[in-house]
Every structure is written in C-alpha cells, then in structure tokens.
Design a protein around this ligand. Structure first.
Ligand SMILES: Nc1ncnc2c1ncn2[C@@H]1O[C@H](COP(=O)(O)OP(=O)(O)OP(=O)(O)O)[C@@H](O)[C@H]1O
Length: 265
C-alpha cells in the first residue's frame, strides 16, 4: 500500500540540459528525460559520469547552462526559492555539519519552506515531524545529537527530514550509502511505497532492476539510454556503460533476473 500524501504527484521534465563550471566546457550535455508522477527513476552510470551534477540541476543548486528543468510544465527557475523548496526535497551525500543539532531539530528543518517568517513549529508540523521520525524508525533518536549517530542512522535522519518537507518530487543521491543490507532494503521499500515522484542515483544495478520503474543511464556526461528499467537494463547496455562483461541470470525460485559482473582477462 502507498503511504498517503497530501501532495498531488508531479511530473518533472528535463529538456536538453547542459551544464559546466563557469569558464569550463560542459560536464553534462544534452540530457533529456521525464520523471512521471508516482514512479521511481534511477540514475546510473560509472563514477564521474555526472549523476550528482545532474541531480544538482534538478534541485536547483545549479542553473542549467542551456535547456530547462520543469515541474508540471513550469520552469524550475521561474519559481521562487520557497515555492521550489515546497515542491522538491533532496537527500544528498554530503550531510549537515551542525553536529550539535538534535535529530528532532534536523527533521524539523524540513518544515522550513512551509513556515511563515520566524513562526513557531505548529501542531500540524509536530505531527508531520513525528510521522517522518516513525517512518524511518527513529522515534527513540529524536533527542540525540546528530554528531553521535552512525553513518546509517544519519542517512535515515536525512530521509526523514526530506519526508517532513512533504515534497512533490524527492531527489536522492545514493540513498543506500552507509546502510547495511537490511536498511538498504527498508529505505528502497519505503521509496517504493511513497506516493511521490522519485529520482535517485544508485550504484547497485540489481537493486535498480528491483526497485525502479525507469532508468537514465549516464556515461561521460551524456545520456546513453532512458526508459523503463526492464527494457533499458540489458547486458549490452551495462557492458557499454561500465566497460565490463555482465550476464543476466534468472534466480529460482523467485524468477527474478540478476546481474553478475566480470572483467575480461
Ligand atoms: N563544480 C565542479 N567543478 C569542476 N568539476 C566538477 C564540478 N562538479 C563536478 N565536477 C566533475 O564532473 C564529473 C562528474 O561528477 P559527478 O560528481 O557528477 O559524478 P558522479 O557520476 O556522481 O560520480 P560518483 O559515482 O563517483 O559519485 C567529475 O569528473 C567531477 O570531478
């Protein structure tokens, strides 16, 4: 069952995006794709392919050098920063450095775009924060200072903060980093059950096959493929993107397809 969301699922469209640091050549060129309401889009590709850079364009950290990101047909850069923050939340690889804040205070930061000026946290905010903590099994951590948590616990706090933001679109950069296999599966299952548009970079191609609906494959700052994961994730495509030899095997009794990977001698 999907977790209920007050937000209408939203589509995100990227049209012919290019970006590079000021005065330098493009690091990303001519990237186009769409993320559909309620679906999970996986962004994959080798180290340095441009995954994090692309995500930075989607949560309005970088402004495209050319092309456009639009949300339900509206250019992301035509929205006020506050409106954009009400629509899009991001869970990043870099975590806050304010280690003295408590877990509850960090999750409460997710409410910032919805609050007026310096208004206090209201009763609805409190319910949303508590629900986000409970969803990530963090109730017992609310008073702990962030700096005392393990890497995996911190990662879950950052997902809880993003959920407290009640975004329409959730962007995650390697959300399973630092997580043991149980917590990886829990976070991916949670994403699967959220009624939001989700765009996430992931390295584990078997998890990509299992948990995403669509996939965008990047290599060297360009789009190699985009489409439904079960059609795009072929041996040929994976071999080309990562410079390896892969094999798809069918697991029994689950009948799931599973990649194995090899380096040619
Ligand atoms: N602001 C910047 N200035 C210069 N180079 C940059 C900048 N941002 C990213 N790069 C370079 O762009 C390339 C793509 O980086 P990016 O972090 O997007 O890759 P990635 O696919 O997320 O890699 P990984 O899987 O290793 O996390 C890298 O070579 C990186 O060094």
């Amino acid at each position: 069952m999907k977790h209920a969301s007050l937000q209408a699922p939203t589509s995100l469209q990227a049209n012919d995006l290019s970006w590079g640091p000021k005065g330098q050549p493009d690091l990303l060129s001519n990237i186009s794709f769409h993320a559909e309401p309620g679906r999970i889009l996986g962004v994959i590709g080798p180290n340095g392919a441009g995954k994090s850079t692309l995500l930075r364009l989607l949560y309005r950290f970088h402004r495209p050098r050319s092309g456009q990101v639009s949300i339900d047909g509206q250019d992301l850069w035509q929205l006020s920063p506050r409106t954009a923050a009400q629509k899009i939340a991001a869970v990043l690889q870099e975590q806050p450095t304010d280690f003295a804040l408590s877990v509850g205070e960090i999750v409460a930061l997710g409410r910032t775009p919805h609050r007026r000026g310096f208004s206090q946290i209201g009763s609805r905010d409190k319910i949303i924060i508590d629900t986000a903590l409970a969803t990530l099994n963090l109730q017992g951590f609310a008073k702990r200072s962030f700096g005392t948590l393990s890497g995996g616990e911190r990662q879950r706090v950052m997902v809880a903060r993003a959920l407290a933001q009640e975004p329409h679109v959730l962007i995650l950069d390697e959300p399973t980093n630092h997580l043991d296999i149980r917590h990886q599966l829990e976070v991916l299952l949670l994403l699967r059950n959220l009624d939001m548009t989700i765009i996430t970079s992931l390295h584990d191609l078997n998890l990509v096959g299992q948990y995403t609906d669509d996939v965008l494959v990047l290599a060297d700052g360009r789009c190699l493929a985009f489409g439904p994961s079960d059609q795009v994730l072929t041996e040929q495509l994976v071999d080309r993107a990562f410079g390896i030899t892969s094999r798809i095997e069918r697991l029994m009794p689950s009948n799931q397809s599973h990649f194995t990977f090899h380096l040619e001698p």
